[in-house]
Design a protein around this ligand. Structure first.
Ligand code: HEM
Length: 228
């Protein structure tokens, strides 16, 4: 195997997923778009452009998830309608695009984002095996329930939002992320995958992080225009 692993391959799947993506996670935290956003240096258009990309990603993640969970036990083990983010993203877009007014880039239909397109294509391809889908599900939703919670609070403070425009980070149906995440990891660990299958899932988690990183890089290219 070409990748360095900090856990033995017989470790629980959730441990392998977390440890196997540690370097990618650190890279995502250090992206200049994220750093600028959390530092209050990205304007409304800059955040809306991120949400527009996430809208495409979650539309695919949630459509594929619903379909796959009906037939694939691995997808069914992670799929949970309580996590769905699409309506929250749309509500947030109303806030952010509404505050920009006419002349903004508009909704997602004409969005020109090679990074979002590549991410959607990979999500579509995860229909091949529920383990691949689970890797994408984990990367987005467990992140949203973890660091995402702090990101939402920082945005609230930085933009003086009083809770408006950050529905994306508000999981009304998951009031306590910690026990939810513990249960989620237990479901992953109970899937009974063999070492090769686990390695395939971990590789896909890394791919998923890379696709998120590509979105940040795309947005980082516009930081001068987004300056607040
Ligand atoms: C500035 C950006 C970010 C910050 C500050 C951040 C912060 C964190 C923190 C503090 C945790 C651990 C929370 C806990 O122990 O419950 C965490 C977990 C996680 N984050 Fe992030 N994160 C960021 C970006 C991302 C991105 C872009 C992704 C992927 C799209 C991501 C995916 C994850 C995942 C999957 C976990 C769960 C790890 C596990 O316990 O298995 N994070 N993040």
């Amino acid at each position: 195997m070409s990748t360095l692993q900090t856990s033995p391959s017989n470790a629980p799947l959730s441990t392998l997923m977390r440890d196997g993506s540690r370097a990618e996670h650190t890279a995502a935290e250090g992206s200049s778009y994220m750093a600028s956003l959390l530092d209050g240096q990205v304007n409304e258009q800059g955040y809306a452009d991120y949400l527009l990309r996430l809208r495409q990603v979650y539309a695919a993640l949630e459509t594929v998830g619903r379909e796959l969970a009906a037939t694939d036990p691995l997808a069914a083990a992670v799929h949970d309608p309580a996590l769905e983010r699409l309506a929250a993203i749309d509500a947030d877009l109303d806030h952010w695009l509404g505050s920009i007014g006419p002349g903004s880039t508009g909704r997602t239909d004409e969005l020109d984002s090679p990074a979002a397109k590549a991410y959607v294509e990979r999500l579509e391809a995860s229909r091949e095996w529920g383990g691949l889908y689970a890797a994408h599900h984990y990367t987005r939703y467990l992140g949203d329930l973890s660091g995402g919670q702090a990101i939402g609070r920082t945005l609230d403070r930085t933009f003086g939002l009083n809770g408006k425009g950050i529905a994306f980070y508000d999981f009304a149906e998951v009031p306590k992320p910690k026990p939810y995440k513990d249960g989620y990891r237990a479901r992953l660990d109970g899937l009974g995958l063999d070492a090769d299958q686990k390695a395939r899932v971990v590789d896909e988690v890394k791919v998923a992080f890379g696709l998120n990183q590509a979105i940040f890089e795309e947005l980082s290219g516009h930081l001068a225009a987004y300056r607040r």
